[in-house]
Ligand binder design. Structure first.
Ligand code: SF4
Length: 268
């Protein structure tokens, strides 16, 4: 006898997974919506989740790891996570999700992931055999324009942080581009300071632990450096001929290689 199926949408706090939840709401009979909360999220993410919840008419299940970021940072020897060492995603996003699935018992889980048809990136690879990722936007050929249409028509819109940052996830996420760090400092100076406090230099070896490659946040926030970053970003937006485009679209169009792309748990 086949096992019961649970249909689950994993929300990251970003626009694509929000659009996915909206798209599927009336297409599938019973859906669970889950969000793995790292406790290091932007306040705007919680606001956005509340907006999505209001549209869906159903509560989003919030999952949390037993131990938080600071615990795992210690376990990983003080090494800040990086694109090559994404222990944070594993410990704070994937593990709580898979533990929740385990609690569901003897079921098969279809997990709906909002990767779009115009993206070239891999999705989440479950470690549990009863979880099957499904990519409805890829199957239906839905691209960035389609996502915007879904969000606009629903009235949910894009996340409020998209005026200065393109990616959902932790406020200190190392996937932020330089000008997004500048945006964090301008929009959440308190969180920028907290992120700074995580950066260290090993007194014995001289090794630096910084969020942003080859540069500490203390260096990045210097006025001359901020000006340089802003000028470079302004030049980039003009060079892609995208003056009238939203920030999120400009950066969505950029050519990140796979290593630079966060997994679908954090940024979709
Ligand atoms: S959002 Fe960034 S820092 Fe947070 S868990 Fe994901 S990859 Fe790690």
């Amino acid at each position: 006898m086949s096992r019961p199926i649970r249909h689950v949408v994993s929300l990251s706090g970003g626009k694509d997974s929000a659009a996915m939840a909206i798209y599927l709401r009336d297409r599938l009979p019973e859906l669970d919506y889950v969000f793995s909360d790292t406790d290091k999220e932007l306040p705007e993410t919680y606001d956005y989740l509340a907006r999505i919840e209001a549209f869906l008419g159903k509560q989003i299940i919030r999952l949390r790891a037993d131990r938080g970021f600071d615990h795992w940072l210690q376990i990983y020897g003080g090494y800040l996570p990086s694109p090559r060492m994404r222990w944070c995603t594993k410990m704070l996003k994937i593990r709580p999700f898979e533990a929740w699935v385990e609690e569901l018992g003897d079921v098969d889980v279809q997990m709906y992931v909002g990767i779009r048809a115009d993206e070239n990136r891999g999705g989440y690879k479950p470690t549990k055999p009863n979880i099957t990722p499904v990519y409805p936007f890829i199957e239906a050929g839905i691209t960035l324009d389609g996502v915007h249409r879904i969000l606009e028509e629903s009235g949910v819109g894009v996340p409020p942080y998209y005026s200065w940052r393109t990616r959902s996830g932790c406020f200190f996420c190392f996937y932020q581009r330089k000008h997004e760090w500048v945006g964090l400092k301008e929009n959440h100076p308190d969180l920028f300071e907290l992120a700074k406090q995580y950066e260290k230099t090993d007194q014995d070896t001289g090794q630096r632990y910084t969020w942003s490659e080859r540069e500490s946040l203390a260096e990045l926030e210097q006025p001359a450096r901020v000006e340089e970053i802003n000028t470079k970003f302004a030049r980039q937006t003009i060079s892609v001929g995208a003056k009238s485009k939203a920030l999120v679209d400009i950066l969505d169009d950029s050519d990140d290689d796979d290593e630079n792309l966060p997994c679908s748990f954090c940024h979709v």
